[in-house]
Design a protein around this ligand. Sequence first.
Ligand code: FES
Ligand code: MG
Length: 576
Amino acid sequence: MVPVKRPEDLRSHQWYGTEGLRSFSHRARTRQLGYLPEEHLGKPVVAILNTWSDINPCHVHLRDRAQAVKRGVWQAGGFPLEFPVSTLSETFQKPTPMLYRNLLAMETEELLRSYPVDGAVLMGGCDKTTPALLMGAASVDLPTVFVPAGPMLPGHWRDEVLGSGTDMWKYWDDRRAGLIGDCEMTELESGLARSPGHCMTMGTASTLTAAAEALGVTVPGASSIPAVDSGHDRMAAAAGIRIVELVRRDRKLSDILTADAFTDAVTTVLGIGGSTNAVIHLIAMAGRAGVTLTLDDFDRIARTVPVLANVRPGGRKHLMEDFHFAGGLPGFLSRITDLLHLDRPTVSHDSLREQLAGARVHDDDVIRTRENPVAAEGGVAVLRGNLCPDGAVIKHIAAEPHLLKHTGPAVVFDDYRTMQRTIDDPSLGITADSVLVLRGSGPKGGPGMPEYGMLPIPGHLLKQGVRDMVRISDARMSGTSYGACVLHVAPESHVGGPLALVRGGDRITLDVGARSLHLHVDDAELERRRAAWTPPPVRYERGYGALYNDQITQADTGCDFAFLARPGKVPDPYAG
Ligand code: FES
Ligand code: MG
């Protein structure tokens, strides 16, 4: 028999149900909100944290979708309260929403802690919103369900099916190469993103919502449901029903977010050919859950899991809607059960094994069989070497194979704006063999590690048909991007990492097979260069940017704030 919480055991009882002035005042104010006592007293209070905003096309449907969550909560006997939280719109927020991931995590944590909340439903999906919400919630550790925003519908242009992000980069390069003109670009503007929902490639959004489902914090099959499908409403209602049950059974987020769950999430991210951004976010999320996850875990697991999701940009062809109808994440997971920890609980089942019973794949081209994978090994490799002592990553399955072992002379850009201004300058002498190096784009230098990592190919090379080159930076790369881009170089150049010491013409060797990135400059010369190096000026002298600069950790440890990542006690508001 599962123990069921009594009303007086609920956290919210401290606000509503005790003797004394405080509870009287809270009840009076709830009458002011228009609720009868029997509508809420003794019921689990469910906070619905909604990242809806007019500026976020990936979440524009969530305002409406929250109503379905509320429907589920009411029906199950709970009391839903919606909390608007800040939105992180990958498209619009500058210099990068990554600068604000930890701010949303803080907001999530403090809202859940300071209000009368028994359980939480988190609504997000556009890139950083998923890790931010889950990081904050993990630090509070209430029963929690995540409602993924869902992918937008596939893009269309003339006879082409378009992937958001991925095809934007592709056609922009075609335009720079003179292959298409303004007229085509205007048509593309209306075809690339044609409905609410997050990017429908296997970009950062789809990767992170899949990771959330693999962790076990969504209802089964939730992550790939197209945002505008009526199944998305039903999923949201199911999440509302589920959270009330979780509160009653006192199944906390920490019961779900175990070390095994994170291992399975890493396996999933690698097996779907997911975004490199997931490396940073999963390390940060695990940190909040008290689980140690390292870059080496990613590399080790990558060698055990094949890429089965044939979804762009890692896969060749399909988009998230195809993945959904091919069986979605349950179908994918059903193909790798031998690699998963099946005895761990999820928000919907006592074990993942139970949850996956009956899951199957309906299209072997979209979700490949183990005998016919998209790639034999997971899509992300972790590199080490004198250029990245604390590691770097590359999504090698999205790179041209001939570049995976390559030596070439460096062409160095100190910052993104200079690179943008000069990349097409013929006097730089860039050839297809050059190694493009961008620095000043890391956690502190960017700041926020903007997605600059897919440096543009110089125009004269594009015209010659060159579409990939080795590129190295301390930046991140959009999950919808592709190419032989070495990312997340740590330590970053801004704090004096070896990337700061590279000079034009230095030879660099990338060898993905050997997992190495080597700068062919001897240690004595590097020491001379280091002695002559001066740290860049502080970018933010005040405000959130200054806090960020003080507290941000490097990419290999997840870019959390040091004061948020560390363990320690936080008093309950009613414990004073
Ligand atoms: Fe929101 Fe791509 S812009 S997920
Ligand atoms: Mg993105």
